[in-house]
Design a protein around this ligand. Structure first.
Ligand SMILES: Cc1cc2nc3c(=O)[nH]c(=O)nc-3n(C[C@H](O)[C@H](O)[C@H](O)COP(=O)(O)OP(=O)(O)OC[C@H]3O[C@@H](n4cnc5c(N)ncnc54)[C@H](O)[C@@H]3O)c2cc1C
Length: 469
């Protein structure tokens, strides 16, 4: 039997370790912290289910749901309350609704834009004109093998206002990133394909059959008891002795065709290593093996701070939270708009999903991201809560005292897929292929969402056990 080391017990490494165990292949999991799950973490308190990191998977991608079913959690799967799916944008202290039928920044219904307070007449005209520009847009579509920023792509289709008002906060919400830097091929691949095929993105969306959440089933899935249950279930299935908590891996070295894994507790030899640490840790471990490969990893990563506020029934009666999933805050523009410590978004958790709060209670989850998270990363909890409450009050009106609150900091948790990312990943994979037995997993490569990470981890584990399959 092979000796396999899995380094990092976030959803990527944990899923790989669980999959190996399912295939009767033992492994040793090294985790730097005292728990598995990484960014996936659920707190359960007084009937509230609070996600400290991700709150859901995208239903369009089946891999997280499949895993939940295999873990015996089918009865736990819940869907987002799409009947009240509405996203708001905060502008000048006012919440403005996103028009119905938006797929990211692309409208499926032009009539829904009429009278929207979100856009100027000029932006509405830019939207209305896009389908008639299809020929020109197809002719100017991104040539195969080339990349551009999300901002440049969206500007070509809809102009600057849509880029700033919708694309920037949406992408910042998911990737913690800056639209001027993010690679459109990496983070909006389906839209790039639509442009190649149809020119117009609006025409392309209208030509597609309905997708989940667009007349079909819900757009997000999750678990009744929280996504932490995924991690807890997988962890229970691992032999206790195979998991080494509080054991950060400090070095990796080739030794006689094997891998020496050195930790704070000692070292061991392994035939294969699944390296599932965050980008910065992976870069440090890889640098000693192949400095050029390490240099290909995303250089920047953004941090996130989650502030959850739970309100009991009595307090909730004094709140006026509008119907919807939550709101986004467009990033500040130089010299105007919200302060640099502005929240990125807030989720109205009890409305987005069932079973997240006791009946009649309210659960809000506010996020700081980007520069704001960087600046506030070391601020005391009380300051983060006060800042979040003050900003939420601008959008939602005066807030009563929460029954309790919770803060989680996720430093450098979302690597930035900057333009050219896919080319760099191809080069990285070619270089890593020269290091037999080493596989890289995690959110620095081909997707930050749980479904993609789960799929990649499971297939990497299967490939190790049956390489010819
Ligand atoms: C606030 C927030 C909200 C999100 N929301 C969603 C969402 O709703 N849906 C979605 O699909 N995705 C979401 N994401 C993205 C998703 O949660 C992450 O991309 C994913 O959880 C990353 O998993 P991972 O296993 O690759 O990394 P991590 O979770 O970062 O795990 C890496 C693990 O490696 C360990 N480690 C680090 N260094 C070492 C070392 N030297 N030796 C051993 N172990 C080490 C760490 O302690 C950690 O446990 C969100 C991300 C954030 C930050």
């Amino acid at each position: 039997m092979k000796h396999i080391a899995v380094i990092g017990g976030g959803i990527s490494g944990l899923t790989a370790a669980w999959q190996l165990t399912q295939l009767d292949q033992s492994c040793t999991l090294f985790e730097a912290s005292a728990r598995v799950g990484g960014i996936v973490e659920t707190e359960r308190r007084d009937g509230f289910v609070i996600e400290c990191g991700p709150d859901s998977w995208v239903a369009e991608k089946p891999w997280a749901r499949e895993l939940a079913i295999e873990l015996g959690l089918e009865d736990e799967i819940i869907a987002s309350n799409d009947f009240q799916r509405r996203t708001w944008l905060l502008r000048d202290g006012q919440l403005l609704p996103m028009p119905d039928g938006m797929r990211m920044m692309v409208p499926t219904r032009l009539d829904a834009l009429e009278g929207s307070p979100l856009f100027s007449q000029e932006a509405i005209r830019a939207y209305a004109a896009e389908p008639s520009r299809a020929e020109g847009l197809r002719a100017s579509a991104l040539p195969e093998g080339q990349d551009e920023s999300v901002a440049s792509f969206v500007r070509r289709h809809f102009g600057d206002e849509v880029t700033r008002t919708i694309a920037a906060p949406l992408l910042a919400g998911v990737f913690g990133g800056d639209v001027e830097q993010l690679s459109v091929r990496s983070v909006m691949a389906p839209f790039v394909k639509m442009e190649q095929e149809h020119g117009s993105l609006i025409a392309a969306l209208n030509a597609r059959p309905p997708k989940p959440g667009h007349g079909g089933t819900s757009i997000f899935g999750s678990l009744r008891s929280g996504l932490g249950t995924l991690a807890e279930k997988m962890s229970e299935a691992l032999p206790t002795a195979s998991v080494h908590f509080e054991t950060p891996v400090q070095a990796l070295a080739r030794e006689g065709g094997q891998w020496r894994v050195s930790t704070t507790q000692g070292s061991g030899l392994f035939d294969a290593v699944l390296l599932a640490t965050p980008a910065n840790a992976t870069r440090a471990l890889l640098a000693r093996l192949d400095a050029a490969a390490a240099a290909l990893l995303p250089v920047e990563a953004s941090s996130a701070i989650v502030v959850a506020l739970a309100y009991d029934r009595a307090a909730a009666r004094h709140m006026r939270v509008p119907e919807g999933f939550g709101y986004l805050v467009p990033p500040p523009q130089a010299g105007q708009g919200p302060s640099a410590e502005s929240l990125l978004a807030c989720t109205f958790v009890d409305q987005k999903f069932p079973h997240r709060a006791p009946d009649g209670c309210v659960l809000l989850r506010a996020f700081f991201g980007g520069d704001a998270a960087e600046r506030l990363l070391h601020a005391p909890e009380s300051e983060l809560i006060t800042r979040a409450e003050a900003q939420l009050a601008v959008a939602l009106g005066p807030l009563p005292a929460p029954a309790f609150s919770l803060v989680r900091r996720w430093p450098l948790s979302l690597p930035q897929y900057a333009t050219g990312h896919l080319d760099r990943m191809r080069e990285l994979e070619a270089r890593v292929a020269q290091l037999p037995g080493l596989t890289l997993l995690g959110n620095a490569y081909h997707g930050v969402g749980l479904p993609d990470l789960i799929r990649q981890a499971r297939s990497a584990a299967r490939a190790l056990v049956a390489p010819e399959a």
